[in-house]
Design a protein around this ligand. Structure first.
Ligand code: DHB
Ligand code: MG
Length: 219
């Protein structure tokens, strides 16, 4: 099987199951015009998260890493009217673009963008109600910290989903010493043995290449 076939398959899935409407296309345009890195989820990946939120019946979602609000829009659209997405972003430019994108998506009532260091913000969230769903998609070198903090912000039955746990297959190679590869490789192994959860890695091949989600259910 060739890469071309896998890409064609992702396009096929997008066409039949994950079409972007005008709002989502505009979000990408605005993000691009603002100079944000085009590293948001693919539509097919985002639709998977959207469905997981609905299957979960989640009412409170925490996202670590807003970027321009693309994944956040797919997540927030899966919430009921009285649901809430809190999304954390350290880059002020990205936070501003995300806020404006949520506004234009008509989601401002359901979404709060909190700018700043995610771990510090998560400390402040300890006094709020727990989250039903956490999506981790920020600095790969801090994934172990995000994961441990997420574990303090959830309840039994919550889902934690981590993006970029395959990294074009780089996590398979222990000789790669770069922190963003190594930390994720080590965390993948750790979560596989973590008695607090049940989990599975879900590889994805999209226009962004080979990557994957780690889907974690808290016992
Ligand atoms: C990068 C980060 C991401 O979250 C992603 O999905 C793809 C790439 C990056 O930092 O390169
Ligand atoms: Mg990502």
């Amino acid at each position: 099987m060739t890469e071309e076939t896998l890409l064609a398959l992702d396009s096929y899935i997008q066409k039949h199951y994950a079409q972007e409407d005008r709002v989502l296309k505009n979000i990408l345009t605005h993000s691009n015009e603002a100079g944000l890195d085009p590293i948001q989820l693919s539509p097919t990946q985002a639709k998977m998260l959207h469905l997981l939120v609905k299957i979960q019946g989640a009412k409170r979602i925490l996202e670590v890493g807003s970027l321009g609000g693309y994944s956040g829009t797919w997540l927030a659209r899966a919430l009921p009217q009285d649901g809430k997405l809190i999304t954390l972003e350290i880059n002020p430019d990205a936070a501003r673009v995300a806020r404006s994108n949520f506004e234009q998506a008509g989601l401002s009532d359901r979404v709060e963008v909190i700018e700043g260091d995610a771990i510090q913000t998560m400390k402040g969230l300890l006094k709020q109600e727990p989250f039903d769903f956490v999506f981790i998609d920020a600095d790969k070198t801090l994934y172990p910290e995000y994961y441990e903090f997420a574990m303090r912000l959830v309840h039994p039955g919550s889902l934690i989903v981590l993006d970029n746990v395959v990294q074009q297959g780089k996590i398979l190679d222990p000789s790669l010493k770069e922190s963003r590869n190594r930390k994720v490789r080590e965390l993948n192994a750790f979560i596989g043995l973590d008695p607090r959860v049940e989990a599975i890695m879900v590889p994805t091949f999209t226009s962004k290449g080979l990557d994957g989600f780690l889907v974690v259910r808290v016992k």
